[in-house]
Design a protein around this ligand. Structure first.
Ligand SMILES: [Zn+2]
Length: 70
């Protein structure tokens, strides 16, 4: 298992999230298209669509890669 997913609990289903959605957990989110990372606290909004620009037309999608213990 890759180290950055080691602290995710088995059985958690971490779907990719849209920009501006409220973070379901505190931790590090990574854009699944370009691997940019952002740290977001649970209940806060994920970075918006304009957070960074892709060279392709793909929109930002955030995936939780490191869940912080709360
Ligand atoms: Zn990106």
């Amino acid at each position: 298992m890759a180290p950055f997913t080691a602290n995710l609990q088995a059985g958690d289903a971490w779907e990719p999230y849209e920009p501006g959605e409220k973070a379901p957990a505190s931790g590090i989110y990574r854009c699944e298209h370009c691997n940019q990372e952002a740290t977001v606290i649970r209940g806060h909004e994920l970075p918006p669509r304009g957070h960074h620009v892709h060279s392709s037309p793909l929109s930002i999608r955030w995936r939780l890669v490191v869940k912080r213990n709360e």
